[in-house]
Design a protein around this ligand. Structure first.
Ligand code: DGY
Length: 323
């Protein structure tokens, strides 16, 4: 019997690509270049399964292409805001994702950003590399304590809770959160977490605000000029969720005028074309969407896609069905 035809849009880790070669009639993107909308359309027409990832855009225009052979988009990534889910549904395309396996590495990066922005890590590194460090002195590069400070999490799902655990148990931080749903009682007790009724209450309370909500219409520019005004002037914003959750221009203004003390960003509006003004600011730490970028996690994400494909081709229930 012919093997199913599977299209992979970007390079994956070696061990997962080897399994793909073994199991499927697979087309890999050997050069790892970003593909065009026309190439995605052709993939939908010529393959049984297409496996996009978070940097590939699948809007309605692409998904509506005629004469599709593809029935499943097995996404490499937990976030799927790059896929128009309504259009996928209208085209009878199944969508799966890769939850759970990137929780810890993404929370690690959120914590990394928190520490870097609080303690001016990136700024210090730039100072040393520029050979401008003139030596230790009692008042140079003063920053803010992390231990014992209050961490406010907007979105309290898997990643938000993982970060809260690291912050509370590792750094003795007080945890407050805003989420439409209350967390399980054992999580609340373990973290001594307090739920805020409004985002405003959270922003006014927290020394560090970390975003862990999904991207979508309801969260677009959730952090904007108005909400930034509620934050303490000593507070820092951390974003490892999605760039669209923050109005970049409003954040730039708040950082420039020191309305807030700093920010640590791993995700951006219009990635990878970061708003130029961020590059001029000392009080923002900028990472290139590293949340899940460990060999172990990226391999586990690939394994998740393999599990979804295997279930699909065997006609079984899909482990990570989005729609
Ligand atoms: C995801 O899977 O959505 C992450 O953003 C990748 O790091």
């Amino acid at each position: 019997m012919n093997k199913p035809k599977v299209f992979i849009t970007r390079r994956w880790t070696e061990s997962v690509e080897a399994k793909l070669r073994d199991l499927y009639d697979v087309t890999l993107n050997e050069t790892d270049r970003p593909l065009t909308a026309d190439e995605f359309k052709a993939a939908l027409q010529n393959y049984d399964a297409v496996c996009p990832t978070v940097c590939d855009s699948f809007p309605a225009d692409v998904l509506n292409v005629e004469n599709k052979r593809c029935k499943i988009l097995a996404n490499f990534g937990v976030g799927y805001n790059h896929i128009d889910i309504q259009a996928a549904k209208a085209n009878n395309l199944i969508v799966t994702n890769t939850p759970n396996v990137l929780t810890q590495s993404t929370a690690d990066i959120a914590m990394t950003l928190l520490l870097m922005t609080a303690r001016r890590g990136a700024e210090g590194d730039r100072l040393v590399r520029a050979k401008q460090w003139t030596g230790w002195c009692p008042t140079s590069m003063l920053s803010s304590n992390v231990t014992g400070a209050t961490l406010g999490l907007i979105g309290f799902g898997r990643i938000g809770q993982a970060m809260a655990r690291k912050a509370h148990h590792g750094f003795d931080m007080n945890i407050v959160y805003f989420s439409p749903n209350s967390a399980d009682e054992y999580v609340i007790q373990d973290l001594k977490a307090k739920r805020c009724d409004t985002i405003e209450e959270l922003l006014k309370t927290a020394d560090f605000v970390s975003l862990h909500c999904p991207a979508g219409e309801s969260t677009k520019h959730l952090i904007n000029a108005q909400s930034l005004k509620f934050m303490k002037s000593t507070a820092h914003l951390i974003n490892t969720a999605r760039g669209d959750v923050v109005d970049s221009q409003a954040l730039i203004d708040a950082l420039r005028t020191r309305q807030i003390a700093g920010a640590g960003l791993d995700v951006y509006e219009n990635e990878p074309n970061i708003h130029d003004d961020f590059l001029e600011l000392e009080n923002v730490t900028l990472l290139p969407h590293l949340g899940s970028a460990t060999l172990e996690t990226r391999t586990a994400m690939g394994e998740k896609v393999l599990a979804n494909l295997a279930a699909y081709f065997a006609g079984e229930n899909l482990p990570d069905l989005v729609q």
